[in-house]
Design a protein around this ligand. Structure first.
Ligand SMILES: C[S@@+](CC[C@H](N)C(=O)[O-])C[C@H]1O[C@@H](n2cnc3c(N)ncnc32)[C@H](O)[C@@H]1O
Length: 203
């Protein structure tokens, strides 16, 4: 069988039952953020640039983009603060210890609509249950999508999980408060598409 061209070089997570994202970077006690599905990685570079106090771990299922972005982090001397691993976020987060994450970003996930693609969806009840456990009390989850039905689905899902409450008076926020944008977010803004943003806090 033909091997994926990035299979041999893709950065993979260490084996084992337990996996601490704070040990995947040189966090040294700094807050560690997680981006689920960073794609081309633009958000990670912008975020590192605006907040020198944070570290980020990205979990990206596509071998090619995880490899390219992680390589760029190394080339730019940023690998102590951020890494991207070629992994499915769902089983990976299940290995994280409790209260290890400061903030979780999910930008424009799940662009699949067909019923047969349902099993691919990353942002569902299973991941949210893991976030209830792994985001520290007072930590945050920030989601963005350009699809209203997706935003409404996420709101319904969070409403079933009292561990999270809207950060402000309601979950929907007009702007991204993190001073860093994902590639898809930049494109949606350039194309004049609506962006639905949800911001939650772990109680
Ligand atoms: C529509 S793209 C958005 C990319 C980026 N977040 C942005 O806003 O520009 C969704 C990304 O999520 C990744 N993805 C989908 N399912 C995933 C999973 N189970 N684990 C990790 N990444 C996943 C895809 O490979 C893709 O890069």
């Amino acid at each position: 069988m033909k091997q994926h061209p990035y299979a041999a070089i893709a950065p993979r997570l260490p084996d084992g039952d337990r996996l601490d994202p704070r040990e995947l970077v040189q966090s040294g006690g700094r807050p560690v953020e997680l981006e689920i599905g960073p794609g081309r990685g633009g958000f990670i570079f912008e975020r590192l640039g605006v907040d020198p106090a944070i570290c980020i771990v990205g979990l990206e299922i596509r071998l090619k983009w995880a490899s390219i972005v992680d390589q760029r982090l190394h080339e730019r001397g940023l690998a102590g603060r951020a890494r991207v691993f070629a992994e499915d976020a769902r089983p990976a987060i299940a290995r994280f210890p409790d209260a290890c994450l400061d903030t979780v970003f999910v930008h424009f996930p799940d662009p699949w609509w067909k019923k047969r693609h349902k099993k691919r969806l990353v942002m569902g009840a299973t991941v949210l249950e893991q976030l209830c456990r792994t985001v520290r009390p007072g930590g945050q989850v920030f989601l963005q999508t350009d699809v209203l039905e997706r935003a409404e689905g996420f709101e319904s899902l969070f409403a079933e999980h009292p561990e999270f409450s809207p950060l402000g008076s309601e979950a929907r926020v007009a702007e991204n408060p993190f001073s860093a944008r994902s590639p898809r977010e930049h494109r949606a803004i350039a194309d004049g598409l609506p962006i639905f943003r949800l911001h939650y806090r772990r109680r």
